[in-house]
Design a protein around this ligand. Structure first.
Ligand SMILES: Cc1cc2nc3c(=O)[nH]c(=O)nc-3n(C[C@H](O)[C@H](O)[C@H](O)COP(=O)(O)OP(=O)(O)OC[C@H]3O[C@@H](n4cnc5c(N)ncnc54)[C@H](O)[C@@H]3O)c2cc1C
Length: 320
């Protein structure tokens, strides 16, 4: 019984969620092996030892310099064979999900995503944006699953190890090298931290009408000293940057007041805003889910209502 953990690293070493995955793996009671793919920053081995990895399989070679889902899964599979592990896990990041999904397909086994606990063959995992827990049986070997973010707190091992290192340089067939990252662009500044901690969030969805339809909500956000949050339609259409997205695949917010304007309230959006204390929905449709779930609703055109609210807030402030 060995658990193999695909570990992601950055300039700062092992990522927080990979440390969580190592902690989760240790919690199964089985020996933990870690897999590193490609070039690594200094100090990673010591960190993996601190988190109790008994062995580290380092997959290297020019094929692994750039990320590729199938390529890295092939590297992980080489480590699986070398380690003889019967369980493979990783943090539930986009990369962890992709690499493990490829691995599961290669081994013709099921994969469970976003697992929060494991008991023998049974894993419990988050579904529907974390609002529902589902039990799933993983009787096949290897058992393959990703660990949901913050399912456990990252905790160094009580007894640190000095892991033995195995270097693997697998030869890959051309079909494993088809999709590769050929260039990357720096992301814009990530201000999602401001969104998750904001006491007031003004939201905007497709009802904004287009990329130039946000002036009113931005102004209200500034007047209220809050943060702007948007729906996925808005980010998918490129109207606003992704770090502003609220929902299952965006930020989870828990403000005192959330003012969603022109947002229908789809379940995936609701998953990110359900913890708001008070919701004031602005929508032309009085049957939109966001309206029916809101604490208060104003039915009408956001382009008329939002500036009117901003003007009223300013008027009352002037009056002291
Ligand atoms: C796997 C998956 C993950 C997803 N993750 C997310 C996520 O993280 N976040 C997210 O938001 N969505 C997510 N979605 C998408 C989600 O299902 C919805 O498609 C999306 O939330 C809808 O965005 P919207 O409310 O802006 O648009 P719509 O559903 O089109 O709603 C627009 C609303 O604006 C109203 N409206 C129109 N004009 C006006 C106006 N002038 N004034 C006032 N109101 C007006 C309409 O009545 C309507 O209610 C996800 C979907 C999938 C499948």
């Amino acid at each position: 019984m060995t658990v193999l953990v695909f570990v992601e690293t950055g300039a700062g070493g092992v990522t927080e969620v990979s440390r969580e995955a190592l902690t989760f793996a240790r919690g199964t009671g089985a020996p933990v092996h870690a897999v590193l793919i490609g070039a690594q920053p200094d100090g990673v081995l010591a960190e993996l030892g601190a988190y109790g990895a008994e062995e580290v399989h380092h997959v290297t070679g020019s094929a692994f310099d750039a990320y590729g889902g199938a390529t890295w899964a092939a590297g992980l599979e080489a480590a699986l064979v070398a380690s003889g592990a019967d369980t493979v896990t990783a943090a539930g990041t986009p990369r962890g999900m992709e690499v493990l999904a490829h691995l599961a397909a290669r081994r013709d086994v099921a994969m469970a995503a976003n697992v929060v606990s494991a008991d023998g063959d049974i894993v419990t995992r988050q579904v529907v944006g974390g609002s529902v827990l589902e039990e799933m049986r993983l009787p096949q070997r290897p058992a393959v699953f990703t660990v949901a973010g913050h399912a456990v707190e990252a905790q160094p091992a009580a007894a640190p190890t000095t892991p033995a290192v195995t270097v693997l340089e697998p030869e890959l067939p051309p079909q494993d090298l088809v999709a590769r990252v050929v260039s990357t662009e720096p992301a814009g500044p990530d201000r999602s931290g401001a969104l998750t901690s904001a006491r007031v969030v003004v939201g905007a969805g497709r009802g904004a009408g287009g990329p130039n339809g946000f002036d009113g909500v931005v102004e209200l956000t500034e007047v209220l000293g809050g943060a702007l949050g948007v729906s996925r339609v808005v980010t998918s259409l490129g109207w606003r940057p992704h770090h502003e997205q609220v929902g299952q695949t965006g930020s989870r917010i828990a403000p005192e007041v959330y003012i969603p304007c022109g947002i229908s309230g789809a379940i995936q959006h609701w998953a990110g805003c359900a913890s708001s204390k008070t919701i004031v929905a602005i929508n032309t449709d009085d049957e939109a889910p966001m309206v029916t779930k809101a604490t208060y609703a104003v039915i009408g055109d956001m382009h008329e209502i939002v500036p009117a609210i901003t003007a009223e807030v300013r008027r009352r402030r002037r009056q002291g």
